[in-house]
Write a protein of this length. Structure first.
Lengths: 518, 455
């Protein structure tokens, strides 16, 4: 296994470096965001961190991440001191870019370690297989070479490798039965990026049910008498101490409301500028279609419709013209409703760590489907943990292929320059080809039905249409948003379908368990 | 996993590496008035598109041969013409006579890089795949690994996609020649090689093995019967191909002479910008200045074909050849691609081809050396070789680092390029000697196999 990991790990770092080298001239706004945070945490006292707003990219991650940026800034000053000046908005220099890229690569070590741990926990059948056919090799490749992660982290610039590394490590610890460590890691993660609150219910219910109650009754239901207060206290103290470390200074300074307002800015619109392929994209689409239809059929007056909906475009505030508008609270309720059955399922019939993992994926996907202002990068929160399940079960592999291919394709609009087109196409082909052939070989046979295969092949048509045909057509100037719309809507069909299938498989398992004890 | 999927993955990976390197700087970027090889290629598109054929190789008012005059055979010119037609469709400014001189833009760079990729994909890469599968030995896994390692060879990637050239076309055509000859189709093989020769005259260095092999084959089949027929067929093919390539120039002997004069500029200086050429290093030792300049790529490409049989020496040679071009890469601003591709190549090839495990005296065919070192019977030559390899790679890394980080002393401004040159030359000498000894000492097998190995 040692040389296996050397084989798998090193290619990953090489690829990372490879992609790094080509981006030395290009960086996105996220780059400026993180540079700004380095500057804020380095140059200003702690009390000013969440009040600072010289730049529009204010600190909107929890305090632990700010501390992380603070420690990075101490290394940054040896590369280029100018990047740490808050007033140097949009400052770039080769040294700055190099430092930022290197920081992502170095923190990815956490991710690599987490992948190693996950691979250790994977179940596999006995029997000799060549190296390429081992489930843990396939899992390692699927995680380390995950197209989405490569694109988002190394071309677009974020610390997702680092954060997902912590998430996967936490999952691995739970799979290995080391629950306290898993809980600690998750709390740390939560204090680094609060988007993981969406999967907190899975953690909370699982730990409460399977960790705090040490035994179950013979029929699988909870044995109330086996409640262990010690364990609950242990968990509680972990959560509180990490929280104290992170938020403590700000609570002491009475800045908690300010911090929270920065963390949860609900002023942004229902959909991100590029619509994430979720339910609301479909909702918007239906609304738009109905309004166009209404105007055509003279049922509606063009003048009375909200401006944004007819001009289309990438406006963040998308007002609905026909269907009722959606507010943040509605999205929250929808999200909670969508994850409720899964969470209840692991309370009533816990299936150990794997049941927890499935519930986690469902929570992540549910929040992606119904959340407020979801970014399409969030699909990775579902795809990465799901990879573990995909190498263990045939049905999961089928859903995984569907979800991954559509999810990854929906990331294409993030890279829009001509220079990046070959890179994203090549990497996407690489990953898709590998995932299909390796999982097919592992489970000996076709994993998708013809309809699904046709849908996925349709992605090729969508890509050609959006990137080649449409830009050369006359509508490119009048309606430039159409490719994005088509991509979003087409992908959301795939993502919704995967969500439904995942739920069906979860509930079916729940049903079988119920049958078992009858 | 099936072969086709593994090979596709290797090819995709190779393409990704190539495009990633493409996004870096090119030769002569932002360096007027002469710029570099990139501008030369663009200029040739301009010349071939706008001027009539009989002016391409001549010094006229419209065509100043001192500014990157055409000095490759006609096939390069035709290829430039084809690219120019495409360029004209996208943006006529790129090939505007005179006005486009020194043109540099984002779109143009993408276009030029795309032309290299397309040529590579159509010619070189299929040849590599076919070679690995039909002409090399070993399990399917080994063949796939060979494909990957050949495709990852940094020297070609950096020169073609970094510095900017179209070596993949000439080398690819030559490789097609090898593959086709290996399959027994001699006429087609000679056709492919003649095309390769007509793309870059440097392929002349490969012509000897081709010639010897084919002549030998004719002799073997008996000059009285089949052999003569084959000889005639090949001769006719070669002549006809040459005639077709040079057709526009055949009308006037002056044309032919001028082209030949451009291809083999005996009057010009030698050390034009090519580093680590053998002769440059020789010059330091014996001050010979009358030998024609060479291009090191000739030596390294065929060695790729030995990756399967003698992985460690082949990898060593290939890495040395990449290292030898370090000063050129530094000049072009390609340090990071150089480091990354070298590391990737070394890692993948050593791991996938188990180069360090197949390091016994037997596997390395060090028999002749054993006989030479009769005085030291205890020495394990296999281990010695391994350690020499480690030392060599470390030295290369060290020299690379020094070339970048340190400034040379004032009285020796070319110290580092010279050190790189000499170091590489010693490697080439040693390894070529080794390959030749192995070749000669080989027990007589089929002539075909031997000829392949000599390539």
């Amino acid at each position: 296994t040692q040389c296996l990991f050397t084989l798998v790990i090193a290619p990953d770092t090489e690829t990372l470096k490879l992609t790094e080298q080509q981006i030395l001239f290009y960086h996105s706004t996220d780059f400026e965001v993180h540079r700004n945070w380095l500057a804020i945490t380095h140059s200003l006292p702690v009390s000013k961190w969440y009040h600072e707003n010289t730049s529009e990219w204010t600190l909107d991650y929890p305090p632990l991440f700010a501390w992380f940026e603070y420690s990075l800034s101490h290394v940054a000053q040896h590369f280029d001191k100018e990047m740490l000046v808050v007033q140097n908005l949009l400052y770039t220099s080769p040294a700055t870019i190099l430092f930022q890229r290197l920081s992502v690569i170095v923190t990815d070590i956490v991710f690599i370690y987490a992948v190693k741990e996950c691979c250790r926990s994977v179940r596999e059948e006995k029997g000799s297989k060549d190296l390429l056919g081992h489930p843990f090799f396939i899992l390692a490749a699927l995680l380390l070479w995950n197209f989405g992660l490569l694109i988002v982290d190394h071309i677009h610039f974020q610390y997702n490798g680092f954060l997902f590394g912590i998430l996967l490590l936490s999952v691995a610890r739970h799979l290995q039965g080391r629950h306290l460590e898993g809980a600690l890691l998750f709390t740390v993660l939560l204090n680094l990026k609060h988007i993981y609150l969406y999967i907190a219910p899975a953690y909370g219910i699982f730990l409460l049910r399977s960790y705090c109650f040490t035994e179950d009754n013979t029929d699988g239901s909870v044995r109330w008498s086996s409640f262990s207060p010690v364990r609950l206290v242990a968990l509680g103290s972990i959560v509180i101490s990490v929280g104290a470390l992170s938020f403590g200074p700000f609570i002491a300074m009475g800045q908690l409301p300010q911090v929270l307002s920065r963390l949860f800015p609900f002023k942004r619109g229902l959909c991100h500028a590029y619509w994430a392929p979720n339910v609301w994209a479909l909702y918007n689409m239906v609304d738009k279609a109905l309004s166009v239809l209404g105007v055509r059929l003279k049922l509606l007056d063009v003048a009375k419709l909200p401006k944004a909906s007819m001009t289309g475009g990438l406006v963040q505030e998308f007002q609905h013209s026909i269907l009722p508008s959606v507010s943040p609270s509605i999205t929250l309720i929808c999200t909670l409703l969508s994850i409720m059955p899964a969470v209840l399922s692991i309370w009533c019939r816990p299936r150990g760590a794997r049941g927890f993992l499935r519930c986690l994926v469902v929570c992540a996907l549910g929040s992606f489907m119904f959340g407020w202002h979801v970014h399409e990068k969030a699909i990775l929160m579902a795809i990465l943990p799901f990879s573990i399940l995909a190498v263990e079960s045939r049905e999961d592999a089928g859903i995984f292929l569907m979800l991954t291919t559509t999810g990854h394709y929906s990331l294409f609009p993030l890279l829009f320059t001509a220079a990046e087109l070959p890179i994203k196409v090549l990497l996407m082909l690489l990953f898709t080809l590998y995932s299909f052939t390796s999982l097919k070989k592992l489970f000996r046979g076709s994993l998708l039905n013809p309809l699904e295969t046709t849908y996925l092949l349709g992605l090729v048509a969508v890509e050609i249409l959006c990137e080649v045909v449409y830009p050369l057509s006359p509508w490119q100037h009048t309606m430039p948003f159409v490719p994005l719309l088509v991509t979003s809507v087409y992908c959301s069909l795939g993502v919704c379908y995967s969500f439904i299938r995942l739920y069906v498989s979860l509930l079916r398992q729940h049903g079988t368990d119920k049958h078992k004890q009858l | 996993m099936e072969n086709w999927s593994l090979v596709s993955i290797c090819v995709l990976f190779g393409l990704t590496a190539r495009w990633a390197v493409s996004l870096n700087s090119y030769s002569g970027a932002g360096k007027p008035p002469m710029f570099g090889d990139y501008e030369a290629q663009r200029h040739w598109q301009e010349v071939t598109y706008n001027l009539p054929v009989h002016e391409w190789y001549f010094n006229t008012t419209d065509n100043n041969l001192n500014y990157w005059g055409l000095d490759y055979p006609p096939l390069t010119a035709y290829h430039s013409l084809l690219c120019a037609h495409v360029a004209k469709l996208i943006n006529p400014d790129w090939v505007e006579l005179h006005a486009s001189r020194g043109h540099e833009s984002y779109g143009h760079k993408l276009f030029m890089r795309a032309t290299v990729l397309v040529a590579d994909l159509l010619i070189y890469i299929p040849a590599v795949v076919l070679y690995s599968f039909y002409l090399s030995e070993g399990s399917n896994k080994k063949k796939v690994c060979t494909v990957l390692c050949i495709l990852l060879y940094p020297g070609l990637i950096l020169i073609d996609y970094g510095h900017f050239q179209y070596n993949s076309i000439s080398l690819g055509l030559a490789l097609w020649g090898v593959v086709v000859l290996g399959l027994g189709w001699d006429v087609l093989g000679s056709l492919a090689f003649v095309l390769s020769l007509n793309y870059k005259q440097m392929e002349l260095y490969h012509s000897l093995p081709f010639f010897c092999y084919l002549l030998g084959k004719c002799f073997k089949q008996g000059l009285a019967g089949q052999g003569l027929f084959l000889l005639v067929k090949i001769a006719v093919t070669v002549l006809v191909t040459f005639a077709l390539c040079w057709l526009p120039f055949l009308s006037d002997p002056g044309q032919i002479l001028q082209v030949v004069h451009r291809l083999f500029p005996v009057g010009r200086g030698l050390f034009e910008d090519k580093v680590a050429n053998t002769w440059c290093s020789l010059n330091v030792l014996i001050k010979i200045k009358t030998i024609l300049s060479t291009d090191t790529q000739l030596y390294f490409r065929p060695v790729c074909l030995l990756l399967n049989d003698l992985p460690l020496p082949a990898i060593w040679f290939l890495q040395a050849s990449t290292f030898s071009m370090l000063p050129l890469f530094l000049k072009d601003g390609l340090l990071v691609p150089y480091v990354v591709t070298s590391l990737a190549f070394l890692f993948f090839s050593i791991y996938l081809l188990s180069a360090l495990e197949h390091c016994s005296e037997d596997k390395l065919r060090l028999g002749p050396y054993r006989r030479l070192l009769i005085c030291m019977p205890r020495m394990d030559l296999g281990r010695v070789t391994k350690w020499k390899f480690y030392f060599s790679i470390t030295a290369m890394a060290g020299l690379s680092f020094m070339s970048v980080a340190l400034a040379p002393p004032a009285q020796l401004p070319d110290l580092f390029p010279l050190l790189v040159s000499v170091f590489s030359y010693l490697h080439f000498l040693g390894l070529l000697l080794y390959f030749n000894i192995v070749q000669i000492a080989e027990p007589p097998q089929s002539v075909r196999k031997n000829q392949k190995k000599s390539n």
